[in-house]
Design a protein around this ligand. Structure first.
Ligand SMILES: Cc1ncc(COP(=O)(O)O)c(C=O)c1O
Length: 429
């Protein structure tokens, strides 16, 4: 299959002063675009509601800070993401700590940092919360994550309604509510129903929220919860590694508000506070990857373009089928321009010594030459952090922050080995 690529350059990045001097490969994050995406999503959600930014999409401090500055709370699922949220200035009580398995040390660290909410996935996780609460002498507020009985339609990544590590099965909770009773030191005051990811169809979103709201009602009644936070998840889709606009869900706010009015009439007054989570919709469109052409050649009659970046910088998880298949819309961005030629059916690869390091197997792309810089758009989410960063030891790309049309920061992640234990040659410490 070949995909036809537009030949026009990307004017926005070409206009950023100094960007053509930045060493490649480089991710470029445009904070104005992240703010625009945030405004779009807020308008498409029922109000009042709280919006959590999921740092797994991109924990770059400038992005987290920009979104937090607009009122976003933060959803984190590791001590690294917690540190990033705190560093970006997110107030601890606006942080939700999720994940199907947490080490005691992580829980203790998060509780001591004052994290507002923990999503728990089982009775054992409730016990862990109770142990941590007792040791720290505080109350730990929890949301119980629910794995609903059947999958919601229209998901690219199904996370509910199937056997999984995420949440406790709704049937389990309903049939044995005693196992999920609050423990001393644990305030079980919320539910969490994240059902899927990357949904671009409004009806599919409404279908999953319909199921989520009705399941939440049944579980609230069965457990006798004083429900203060109802986190309905999200799954708001966004284009990945190809050009295209963010999807619009014009009727979503009205339709979900109707569902909530029917089952949780107090939600408009905050009883419960309704929340949503998003990673890719908020940060996906703000990021581009600029990477340079290292080689262009013919192989068995096909053009092959070798780039500085491969699955170590972008798309590592798509090979594992954990992301949409990578079809990079490679555009000449800061390229010299070569008179409108096209490379037909090109194989586009990275520099890694494995045939898996292939972004596209048959792509029509504007003619590029060694030294040109190409741009892959819509990779602000699940770009760098979802790649095989340590594989083969190439340097990380730079990360460039653009705000108000100007470069405001350039940084580079670094992997550093630290010795935990150093043994002498006799095997002794
Ligand atoms: C619990 C939870 N919340 C939020 C997200 C973010 O998803 P997305 O980036 O698609 O919005 C995920 C992604 O897997 C998730 O598992």
């Amino acid at each position: 299959m070949t995909e036809h690529q537009p030949t026009t350059p990307a004017p926005e990045l070409a206009l950023v002063p100094g960007l053509d001097q930045v060493e490649t490969p480089a991710y470029v994050y445009d904070l104005d675009e992240a703010r625009r995406a945030h405004g779009l999503l807020r308008r498409m959600l029922p109000q009042p509601s709280r919006l959590f930014y999921s740092l797994k999409a991109n924990a770059h401090p400038a992005i987290v800070e920009a979104l937090a500055g607009l009122g976003c709370s933060a959803e984190v699922c590791s001590s690294g993401e917690l540190a990033a949220a705190l560093e970006a200035g997110v107030a601890p009580d606006r942080i939700l700590y999720t994940g199907p398995g947490k080490r005691d040390a992580e829980m203790t660290e998060a509780v001591k940092a004052g994290v507002g909410w923990f999503s728990v996935d089982s009775p054992a996780a409730l016990d862990q919360a109770a142990r941590t609460a007792e040791a720290a002498g505080v109350t730990v507020r929890c949301l119980l994550r629910i794995n609903d009985s059947s999958p919601a339609p229209g998901q690219s990544l199904t996370m509910t309604g199937v056997a999984s590590q995420f949440g406790a099965d709704a049937d389990w909770v309903l049939s044995r509510p005693g196992e999920f009773a609050a423990r001393p030191g644990v305030e079980l005051a919320g539910l969490h129903l994240y059902m899927g990811s990357n949904i671009t169809d409004e009806d599919a979103l409404v279908a999953q929220f319909t199921t989520a709201v009705s399941t939440a009602r049944r579980i609230t009644d069965s457990l006798g919860l004083d429900l203060r936070l109802l986190n309905l998840g999200g799954g708001f889709g966004a284009p990945y590694a190809r050009s295209g606009p963010l999807p619009l869900f014009d009727g979503l706010a009205r339709r979900v508000a109707g569902l909530l009015d029917a089952e949780f009439p107090g939600w408009r007054e905050g009883g419960p506070c309704v929340a949503f989570e998003s990673g890719r919709f908020l940060s996906g469109s703000c990021g581009s990857l600029l990477t340079r052409v290292l080689d262009v050649k013919m192989s068995h009659g096909r053009p092959v373009v070798v780039l500085e970046s491969g699955i170590n910088h972008l798309g590592g998880m798509s090979g594992l089928r954990r992301l949409p298949p990578l079809v990079p819309e490679v555009r000449t961005a800061v390229a010299r321009g070569h008179g409108g030629g096209v490379l037909r059916g090109a194989i586009v690869t990275g520099p890694l010594c494995t045939p898996l390091d292939t972004w596209a197997r048959s792509l029509d792309l504007p003619e590029v030459r060694i030294g040109d810089v190409v741009e892959v758009r819509n990779v602000g989410a699940y770009g760098l952090s979802a790649s095989l960063l340590a594989f083969l030891g190439h340097p990380m790309p730079q990360e460039v922050v653009v705000d108000g049309g100007r470069i405001t920061g350039i940084s580079r992640l670094d992997l550093v080995r630290r010795n935990s234990v150093r043994l002498n040659s006799g095997g002794k410490e």
